[in-house]
Design a binder for this molecule. Structure first.
Ligand code: ADP
Ligand code: MG
Length: 699
């Protein structure tokens, strides 16, 4: 690749000197496809090979880089059973000797040959003979020209702070260093900054090409860190700019200015058997201000399970009704849509407002009639599943859309529903607490309202983690509670609904429980493979306490509200994620009764499972759980990246880099505020990038 021009950042790595098809296919496993990917591939660590410690100066407990020669090696087969093989090497430089030891790596005898030059990184410890030793150090065998004392400038493996990359397959550190070094020198002039000049100046950032160089081949650790911060900033900045633009696009269009005063609302408020919590009041005020404003509302309502979001939604729908607009509320499952429908019908019983349910199961004739009534504007509140976004659904005057449990939907569905109205107000409700950093990223185009307290009189469920040996005691406890009138959930993991084995286990368990364990009570099974009508019948029966024990899969995870249920037994709890466990537990403790969440686990749990369960038993605070979950799993896994358009960051980390994110967001939003279309000369380069980004987000 001799004649490179600016387009060539997209050149497939395969065509780079020294790569070829075989290495290219290994690189693909690291998501490196093009030259650009390779240049932007951050090292996972660094060795300071500028400051080599002479062996005679090694101190115990110190992490060091040693440069020497392999003097001798030996293999041992120990008698202890857990170690099969020991490999030892004496490494010497011209000041002394040190012993290195590796376990269960017999192939080392072919790698660490006598007299080869070696760099080792590890910690010095005293072995049982009180001699200094390095235990399982990372090592690299040096080429001959790398061993000499004076290291040429372009030696990428010695005499400098050396990058360590994540590897796969047959790729080596040396290959990475050499290739990236070559690319950096060839592309320096081509890698141009996208950050506006005044931002670069404001933060004294290095230029992009300099920063990349410092990241791969740092002149100092300090420069490397600063350069990384610059890259983190840039990733966040571009993301927030895209979100800011999307938001501005919605916010700039004329919306509906609702009148928020009405006797209907006052009356409704007085008819409630409780008064709103302070959080609910605050959130409602925020929503009312949005609805009053002539700009479309775009608001995320976050609140832990049971914090009382539904009633807030009802208030906002009443306002839409009073102003003669229709509202649509979309739920992720039929069970939930049905439940919302019932709640709304009950709450609005004494009002003239008509509510309709649009779900898959409704008969065609009935549905056609509903379509007509909706189109004529006779029905003011429409509850439904995704069925709402079908073409056949035509609204008369849709002014408000409410999306419940957003994490099940993508932006596309949200937009599709919004397009059925004329810039309607949008309220997205989620019961999955999301840490602030993630909320800003995921819902960065929305305003955020948070209900951060539960209605008074709730005590969080008592959570216990137990094992098989306690099963009978647990059953006895359930029996006692059911006799007192309470109800019980028993939950089985069925993460992927196609797992036949699990379904069978849940089915067998349901039979076993009602036949052998609790013949005196009624137990039923609920799972998502069942027919809708059957599911609804069971839910209704459970709600009316005709069923005492509901054995179910995770279909009950979201939103189900049965205040009389006070015990939840979660089988194989180790197989659930933290967020899911939290949602499940949110099904109990919804009434005034003391509630209990019991976790049963199998044997041989992974460390991560143990950590998860410990966190879960220690707190019922959804936000705390979410933070921990994010730490354990990383943001990508957190909500299922793809479907939610969380970008894959190369440098940034949502947990660690919250401060940089806030700065980047402020700067990006300021730019958008001053130049919505990014059409000024200095913003033009951003415009192109952002337009491609926006397409990516709406996945
Ligand atoms: P969420 O949707 O946030 O999980 P819900 O709206 O289903 O919670 O509310 C849970 C329960 O709490 C419902 O039975 C609701 O009637 C009740 N509730 C809501 N707000 C209050 C309040 N301020 N005081 C007492 N109970 C309330
Ligand atoms: Mg809810």
């Amino acid at each position: 690749m001799n004649d490179i021009n600016s387009k060539d950042l997209d050149t497939p790595v395969q065509y780079i000197k020294g790569v070829g098809p075989k290495r290219a296919s290994c690189l693909k496993n690291l998501n490196i496809i093009t030259v650009q990917d390779m240049i932007f591939f951050p090292p996972r660590d660094y060795d300071d090979r500028k400051h080599i410690i002479p062996i005679k100066n090694l101190a115990i407990g110190q992490k060091v880089v040693i440069h020497g020669k392999v003097i001798s090696t030996g293999e041992y087969i120990p008698h202890r059973s857990n170690i099969r093989h020991i490999f030892k090497a004496i490494i010497g430089d011209n000041t002394g000797f040190v012993e290195a030891v590796w376990f269960n790596q017999p192939y080392l005898k072919d790698v660490l040959k006598k007299n080869s030059g070696i760099v080792m990184v590890g910690k010095i410890e005293l072995n049982k003979f009180h001699r200094p030793e390095i235990n399982s150090p990372e090592y690299e065998i040096l080429d001959e020209d790398e061993e000499s004392g004076d290291v040429p400038h372009d030696n990428v493996n010695m005499g400098r702070i050396v990058p360590i990359y994540p590897l796969t397959g047959s790729l080596t550190q040396k290959f990475f260093r050499k290739t990236i070094f070559l690319l950096l020198s060839q592309f320096t002039n081509i890698i141009s900054d996208v950050l506006p000049a005044d931002i670069i100046q404001k933060y004294s950032f290095l230029s992009l090409s300099k920063a990349l160089y410092e990241i791969h081949f740092p002149s100092s650790f300090d420069q490397m860190k600063k350069s990384r911060e610059r890259m983190i900033y840039e990733e966040f900045f571009l993301l927030e700019l895209a979100l800011g633009k999307r938001r501005a696009g919605i916010k700039v269009s004329p919306g509906i200015s609702f009148s928020v005063q009405s006797p209907l609302i006052t009356g409704f408020s007085q008819s409630l058997p409780f008064s709103l919590t302070d959080s609910q009041k605050k959130v409602l005020d925020e929503i009312l201000a949005d609805m009053k404003s002539p700009r479309p509302m775009l608001r995320l309502l976050q609140g832990d399970v049971g914090s009382g979001k539904t009633i807030i939604a009802v208030f906002s729908m009443l306002i839409a009704c009073t102003n003669d607009y229709q509202s649509a509320i979309m739920a992720p499952t039929e069970i939930l849509a049905e439940q919302h429908y019932r709640t709304l019908c009950n709450l609005l019983l004494n009002t003239p407002i008509k509510v309709a349910l649009l779900a898959g199961k409704i008969k065609k004739k009935e549905k056609d009639l509903l379509y007509q009534q909706i189109q004529r504007g006779e029905i003011k509140i429409i509850v439904g599943t995704q069925a709402l976004i079908q073409e056949k659904v035509i609204f008369n005057k849709l002014g408000l859309i409410i999306i419940d449990e957003q994490h099940r939907f993508g932006v596309v569905q949200r937009n599709k529903l919004a397009q059925k109205g004329l810039n309607p107000d949008t309220l997205v409700m989620t019961a999955t607490p999301i840490p602030r950093t993630l909320a800003i990223t995921l819902y960065g185009d929305m305003d955020v309202s948070i209900i951060n307290e539960l209605p008074p009189g709730r005590t969080p469920p008592l959570t216990r983690w137990s094992n098989e040996s306690k099963r009978n005691i647990i059953y006895d406890f359930m029996r006692k509670e059911i006799t007192l009138g309470r109800q019980v959930y028993i939950v089985y993991p069925l993460i992927d609904e196609s797992e036949k084995m699990d379904l069978k286990a849940a089915t067998i368990m349901a039979e076993h429980l009602s036949r052998d364990i609790f013949p005196e009570f009624k137990a039923a099974l609920l799972h998502s493979k069942m027919k809708t009508l059957q599911k609804e019948q069971i839910m209704r029966d459970f709600k009316e306490n005709k069923i005492s024990i509901l054995v179910s899969t995770t279909v009950i995870e979201v939103g189900i509200d049965v205040p009389n249920a006070s015990i939840m037994l979660i089988e194989h709890a180790e197989r659930f994620g933290l967020a899911q466990l939290h949602q499940l537990r949110g099904r109990i403790g919804r009434g005034s009764y003391k509630s209990y969440c019991i976790l049963l686990t199998g044997k041989n749990l992974s460390e991560e499972s143990i950590l998860r369960l410990k966190i879960f038993t220690s707190t019922a605070d959804g936000f705390k759980i979410a933070e921990e979950d994010l730490l354990i799993r990383g943001p990508g896994e957190f909500v299922g990246t793809r479907q939610h358009g969380i970008p894959e960051f190369k440098f940034a980390n949502l947990v660690r880099d919250g401060d940089i994110l806030s700065k980047a967001r402020r700067d990006a939003f300021e730019i958008i505020n001053n130049d919505i279309d990014l059409s000024s000369a200095s913003n033009l380069p951003l415009k192109k990038i952002i337009n491609t980004r926006l397409k990516d987000f709406s996945v």
